[in-house]
Design a protein around this ligand. Structure first.
Ligand code: NAD
Ligand code: UDP
Length: 328
């Protein structure tokens, strides 16, 4: 899609998803500014873009206000892996809320279109399966995951209130577990953990009995959805959600193919044979959701989008990335 000369800001743009998004926006002709404090992101993710005259990196913490004139602001800043967001939970909820607030204040003053990355975690340990956008969720407000879950839920409230109060153009997605190249080897999420463990011949760490499920989306599919969503005219987005009885635009974006964590471990070992890795069982972390699968009916209807990369095609690409990274 040609989006010549659009000025875009990506908070958290040096992270896994943000760096892919920056590359995608550059390739469609945009000017891209990445704002990141490198808490879980890294300069290595954006090195290849630093020489591009349409790319700028700003080292900044989103909990502090920021300024600039942009057409579109993509709010991604927030640690996303449970081990990282639980490392400093107070900071996590601050980043989620204040980062959103600062993004919205800037967009309000400059009339920018906002894109916010929320998460399937707002559904908590869901009692409705698969999860549609209208499901309100089942979240422990005081558990170890609540700094992230409730932080993201508060950010959603802010987006909905700024839309209703000020008539802003804000689009939000709830991302379901996404994987791919550029994940950090010590990110701690299950796909990167299993691949790195298998490549190093270490044991594969299954939490609980491994029967909990997730739906894994390859990062390119997510980028396709973001791009299509942001290119739609505001009136079309409003009319679509209003026809569905919703006064705020939110879409589930994920791959509905559901796997148990044990199945994921087996697939990973099949793709990386002969390493001698064994399955070892660790206690299930508190409040770990038992099942998760997106209902993507709305995204299909609005964007004509559905994921194309199956797990058996996405995993080998991700394995190639980690194999190359670990060989350096
Ligand atoms: P990531 O950890 O790789 O990226 C997050 C980025 O935010 C990093 O570059 C980090 O340095 C930056 N950041 C953190 N705190 C900051 C602060 N105070 N100021 C500025 N930058 C800060 O994670 P990701 O997987 O790329 O996730 C990106 C976004 O997508 C997050 O908001 C996350 O909640 C959301 N999301 C991701 C997934 C997934 O499966 N990857 C699922 C649901 C939602
Ligand atoms: N998990 C696991 N072993 C690991 C890392 C994670 O069994 O080394 C499990 C974790 O308990 C959860 C699932 O895999 O049930 C997905 O975990 P991840 O941290 O990737 O994402 P989230 O729980 O946020 O969906």
């Amino acid at each position: 899609m040609n989006r010549m000369a659009k000025k875009c800001l990506i908070t958290g743009g040096a992270g896994f998803i943000g760096s892919h998004l920056a590359r995608r926006l550059l390739s469609s002709g945009c000017e891209v500014t990445v704002l990141d404090n490198l808490f879980t992101g890294s300069k290595a993710n954006i090195y290849d873009m630093l020489d591009n005259p349409r790319f700028t990196f700003l080292m900044h913490d989103v909990t502090q206000p920021f300024w600039g004139q942009f057409d579109e602001i993509y709010n991604l800043a927030c640690p996303a892996s449970p081990i990282h967001y639980q490392r400093n939970p107070v900071e996590t909820i601050k980043v989620s809320f204040l980062g959103m607030m600062n993004t919205l204040e800037l967009a309000l003053k400059t009339r920018a279109r906002v894109f916010h990355t929320s998460t399937s975690e707002v559904y908590g340990d869901p009692e409705v399966h698969p999860q549609p956008e209208k499901y309100w969720g089942h979240v422990n407000t005081i558990g170890p995951r609540s700094c992230y879950d409730e932080g993201k839920r508060a950010a959603e409230s802010l987006c909905a209130d700024y839309t209703r109060q000020y008539g802003m153009d804000i689009r939000m997605i709830r991302i379901f577990n996404t994987y791919g190249p550029a994940m950090h080897p010590h990110d701690g999420r299950v796909v990167s953990n299993f691949i790195v463990q298998a490549l190093k011949g270490k044991d594969i760490t299954l939490y609980g009995d491994g029967n909990q499920s997730r739906s894994f989306q390859y990062v390119d599919d997510l980028l396709d959805a973001i791009e299509s969503y942001m290119c739609l005219p505001e009136e079309k987005v409003r009319a679509f959600f209003s026809a569905h009885g919703m006064d705020f635009p939110v879409l589930n974006i994920g791959n509905p193919a559901e796997f148990t964590i044990r199945e994921l471990a087996a697939m990973t070992l099949e793709l990386i044979p002969g390493t001698g890795s064994k399955l070892v069982y660790h206690p299930l972390p508190k409040d770990d959701p038992k099942r998760r699968r997106p209902d993507i009916t709305m995204a299909k209807e609005l964007l004509g989008w559905e994921p194309r990369v199956t797990l058996d095609r996405g995993l080998p690409k991700t394995i190639d990335y980690f194999r190359e990274l670990l060989s350096r």
